[in-house]
Design a protein around this ligand. Structure first.
Ligand SMILES: NC(=O)c1ccc[n+]([C@@H]2O[C@H](COP(=O)([O-])OP(=O)(O)OC[C@H]3O[C@@H](n4cnc5c(N)ncnc54)[C@H](OP(=O)(O)O)[C@@H]3O)[C@@H](O)[C@H]2O)c1
Length: 298
């Protein structure tokens, strides 16, 4: 089997990509790879200074890279609305939306709108963002949406009655797993809805295995990562494959090929049985619309 690398990415000139959380880690490497192939990449990040530093770093290696920072805080529905309104006003196409930003196992806190922070940022923020950019994505030929999940989805078991963890003891790893499971429910349900409506937008998911980045804050996980994690450029390959590979197929999931999907070149992988539960996915969709106040029509 041949290895899928950035050499498999054809010329992206004329294409526009938004990558959330692209000032560091996997998002940064994906932005760099797409910009190197000629795409115009919008770094949707929450800090202008970090976004500017990321662009400077890419431009130091890639002449003529088309990059732009636009501020987006996924933990704030007003910020998401303002980002989408401005983008829709300024652009006539959106070829790729890569929902990559994420937080992992922080102490219990809530987003601006009162959602548990991991579910609010990792899932609800991206749900609201995608819904508000969807008309533009739909009007762009060969467009695609990629959601970045995790092996940690296997720890997820969403409690739809208590998504904000107000009635039970907070377990930050379970909440992270829930948010990454929600990324998969969203991917599969969106893909199903688009296909049922006869739409053409492709929706895929990816996970980076274990990748060195700024995600892990705890000393133990950082130590573990320093020994076992692969590089950011390797970790970005499943996302890039999910975003670019012509044969990817809507509703499919990509991850590393070696060591129980922790490392290696990317391939199609399979999420757990629960992530394919269509009843939960539909309920989560309705709850996501209610909580964000954003109606998502394909
Ligand atoms: N690294 C791994 O081994 C691994 C494994 C499985 C899945 N993942 C997933 O991969 C994705 C990327 O993570 P990474 O490893 O590259 O970590 P990272 O280097 O920490 O990147 C995460 C990005 O998300 C941004 N972000 C966090 N909260 C945000 C918010 N409220 N609004 C906008 N942006 C926000 C961060 O911005 P700031 O710099 O401002 O914080 C950063 O740019 C995440 O979805 C993560 O769950 C990673």
């Amino acid at each position: 089997m041949t290895k899928w690398t950035t050499d498999n990415i054809p010329d992206q000139s004329g294409r526009i990509a938004i990558i959330t959380g692209s000032n560091s880690g996997i998002g940064f490497e994906a932005a760099k790879a797409l910009a190197e192939k000629g795409a115009e990449v919008i770094l949707a990040v929450r800090s202008q200074a970090k976004g500017d530093a990321a662009i400077a770093s890419i431009q130091a290696e890639t002449t003529n890279a088309k990059l732009q920072v636009r501020l987006l805080d996924l933990a704030d529905l007003a910020s998401i609305k303002s980002f989408a309104e401005q983008f829709n006003a300024d652009y006539q196409r959106l070829d790729l939306l890569i929902n990559n930003a994420g937080i992992m196992v922080p102490p219990y806190s809530k987003t601006v709108d009162g959602f548990e922070s991991q579910f609010g940022t990792n899932h609800l923020g991206h749900f609201a963002l995608t819904a508000q950019l969807y008309d533009l994505i739909k009007s762009t030929p060969d467009s695609r949406i990629v959601n970045v999940s995790s092996n940690a989805h296997k720890m997820g078991k969403l409690n739809l009655e208590d998504l904000n963890w107000e009635n039970r003891k907070y377990i930050s790893w379970t909440a992270y797993g829930d948010s990454k499971m929600a990324n998969l429910y969203f991917t599969y349900e969106l893909s199903r809805k688009i296909q049922a409506a006869g739409g053409k937008v492709m929706v895929t998911a990816a996970h980076p295995g274990l990748t060195a980045s700024n995600l892990a804050k705890g000393a133990v996980v950082r130590f573990f990562n320093s020994i076992f994690a692969q590089s950011g450029s390797m970790g970005a390959l499943p996302t890039l494959m999910a975003a670019i590979e012509p044969t990817a197929g809507s509703g499919n999931y990509f991850g590393p090929s070696n060591m129980a999907e922790w490392r290696g070149y990317p391939k199609q992988v399979f999420s757990n049985k629960q992530s394919h539960d269509t009843d939960i996915a539909e309920k989560l969709w309705q709850i996501s619309e209610e909580k964000t106040g954003v109606k998502f029509q394909v």
